[in-house]
Design a protein. Structure first.
Length: 416
């Protein structure tokens, strides 16, 4: 990242800036799309080093074109002082503004006093912004009696039910706060979480974190659909960042949803994060035909059963009743629709000679009670894919609206 604000314009590629989302670099029309600062229009990202606008009606990192790398962290709040927590959120916001623009935090990695630790850890010096987005969320546990927030807990911020087959590890679940860092450079994403954790030392502590690579879903349907670790295309019917009507219907919380105590959620969303272990060794010994029956799509093209192309409308009755696509489809779940932006992961081995690998599932929606919960209930009860996967971590967070300008800060409406 650049070494100072005065040199920043020459050290990063600013693709869109301000509420209008200026469309620069239009020659690279085949690249991804980033959500502009006003949360409604879009601007093409010409290079992976570009900056995604931080300010806007909605937080970046939701409908934004999905980056290639992830560092997700959940935090426990250690203080019981409301003013101290508010101060942290303000400090985090200012740091996030700088890092997403490709600048160093505070006075930088070597701009302060020699007698004091630097304001920035320095491992991203010289790196571009890499489309870094930082997205914050508040977990159900934050709304207890520590900060006088219990009366402001939204009705949609429910305690997720325990689904059949869950084998959840408490050490990899829940959290008072979360920050999702997505970027095209893994070091940029790790740098962002590291600096926020450093700033929050003593006020918050990392509860758990997850690195991810190889996006498993896309918000840019004109791009090639990514594949999961089972080798199948994932996210064919995902909501696109350009589909304003679908985003308003299925992702963004509206004023009528967020009435009374939850009015602070207007323009926000709800995030479900699930760590899903994939038994890749067992899957790799499964016949191709059986794999395709389990998913309800062919492996080469991604076409639904009986169809020729990936984006052909699926005929659900042609699929096996326990196929993944059939059970996850909105028509099977009363129209339930979510926006996915998950990532693959590998974390060494399980001690038995098998890869500790899987999917870090991230899903945004307007209300989990009409989004994730009915879909996962359907899948948990009957999906044949359950023989090859297991949910081992789980968390739910309320994602507030975006930071509107340099006077605003993460969670301001909640603490007002």
């Amino acid at each position: 990242m650049s070494t100072g604000e005065n040199t920043a314009p020459s050290r990063r590629a600013v693709i869109g800036w301000g509420g209008a989302g200026i469309a620069l670099g239009a020659a690279a029309a085949g690249t991804a799309v980033a959500l502009s600062g006003d949360g409604g229009s879009t601007a093409p990202v010409a290079v992976t080093g570009g900056a995604v606008p931080f300010h806007g009606v909605h937080q970046a990192g939701i409908a934004t074109a999905v980056q290639d790398r992830l560092h997700f962290a959940a935090f426990d709040v250690k203080t019981t002082d409301r003013a101290e927590l508010v101060r942290l959120l303000k400090d985090w916001t200012r740091a996030a503004e700088r890092m997403t623009a490709g600048r160093e935090v505070g006075e930088g990695a070597y701009g302060g006093l020699p007698e004091a630790p630097p304001d920035d850890t320095g491992e991203a010096l010289g790196l571009k912004a890499s489309r870094l987005t930082l997205t914050i969320g508040f977990g159900p546990s934050l709304f207890d009696d520590r900060f006088d927030l219990a009366a402001r807990r939204p009705g949609a911020l429910v305690d997720l039910p325990r689904f059949p087959g869950d084998n959840l590890d408490a050490a990899r679940s829940h959290g008072d706060l979360c920050v999702q860092a997505c970027a095209d450079d893994p070091q940029v994403a790790v740098h962002a979480i590291r600096n926020l954790a450093r700033i929050g030392f003593g006020t918050v502590a990392v509860r758990w974190s997850q690195l991810g690579f190889g996006k498993t879903s896309s918000t840019t349907p004109d791009a090639q659909t990514p594949r999961n670790l089972f080798g199948f295309k994932d996210g064919t019917r995902n909501i696109a960042g350009t589909e304003t009507e679908r985003l308003d219907k299925h992702v963004w919380v509206s004023g009528k949803d967020a009435e009374g105590a939850a009015a602070w959620m207007d323009g926000g969303s709800y995030l479900v994060a699930r760590r899903i272990r994939m038994n890749v060794e067992t899957w790799d010994r499964t016949p191709l035909g059986e794999q395709e029956d389990i998913f309800g799509r062919d492996k080469r093209e991604g076409a639904p059963v009986g169809k020729a192309k990936e984006h052909d409308e699926p005929f659900l009755k042609a699929m096996k009743p326990d196929s993944h696509v059939r059970l996850a489809h909105p028509d099977t779940n009363g129209g339930a629709t979510i926006l996915r932006r998950g990532y693959s992961f590998t974390d060494g081995t399980d001690g038995l000679g098998r890869l500790e690998a899987g999917l870090f599932f991230l899903a945004y929606q307007r209300d989990v009670r009409t989004g994730f919960i009915p879909v996962q209930t359907s899948l948990a009860r009957g999906d044949t894919l359950n023989e090859y996967i297991q949910h081992v971590g789980s968390a739910l967070f309320a994602i507030p609206s975006g930071v509107r300008d340099t006077d605003d800060w993460w969670g301001r409406a909640l603490f007002a």
